[in-house]
Design a protein around this ligand. Structure first.
Ligand SMILES: [Zn+2]
Length: 220
């Protein structure tokens, strides 16, 4: 018998994080009608500072799939739905140009579109900038989607816990909130969720500080 075996850490059944870092108290149910599909890179899944768990629990219509490469049939089923417009939240970049025939939606166009029988769908890549580009290049069905780009992303609240690789790179939660505001207009109020995210960032930073003081390895 190994007396030094580490017991499995208790996991919160709702947010799926260790009980010590459960974020359920921060969840802010947020009204929205766009369906959100997050494709999460596996490296992001276990990051203590990842913003997607808070996003998923705060949005009633938010689905998360984990992977870097997806089967074409799976992507087809998730992305191609009859009478539903789907947008990829991603800029038109030289390395992966947006499809030419798909103009970006004007503000509120999607919400106001009477022809749209079912709510629009927003696909979000949760990965570092480099890995998200790779996901796009390795999954042609994603690259073929019409793009929704944030014109002027607000400054990120990640602050001390995560250095942005680019000045315009914000957390997945913040980018999604900005995209929903663009798609749904004044009917969407993402501010309480952004504030909750700010609290989450502060908690993670405090834990990192404690661990550093104690000379322990940083929690993941
Ligand atoms: Zn929890």
């Amino acid at each position: 018998m190994n007396l030094h075996a580490t017991p499995a850490r208790a996991t919160c059944p709702r947010c799926l994080r260790p009980q010590a870092t459960c974020l359920c108290a921060l969840v802010r149910p947020t009204r929205h009608h766009t369906e959100v599909l997050v494709l999460q890179h596996p490296q992001e899944q276990r990051q203590a500072k990842n913003s997607v768990a808070l996003l998923r629990l705060s949005l009633a219509r938010c689905e998360v799939r984990v992977g870097a490469r997806f089967a074409a049939a799976d992507l087809q089923a998730w992305l191609q739905r009859p009478r539903q417009r789907t947008w990829l939240l991603y800029p038109d970049v030289h390395a992966a140009p947006a499809p030419p025939s798909a103009p970006a939606p004007a503000a509120w166009e999607v919400a106001a579109d009477p022809a749209a029988g079912s709510p629009p769908r927003l696909v979000v890549l949760d990965a570092t900038w480099r890995k998200s580009l790779r996901m796009l290049l390795e999954n042609p069905a994603l690259a073929a989607l019409p793009r929704l780009a944030l014109k002027a992303p607000a400054p990120t609240r990640y602050g001390r816990i995560r250095a942005a690789r680019r000045a315009d790179q914000v957390s997945t939660l913040e980018a999604t909130v900005q995209a929903l505001a663009l798609l749904e207009g004044p009917a969407f109020d993402g501010e309480p969720l952004l504030q909750a995210f700010g609290d989450f960032v502060a908690e993670v930073a405090a834990r990192q500080h404690e661990h550093r003081e104690a000379g322990m390895a940083l929690p993941r």
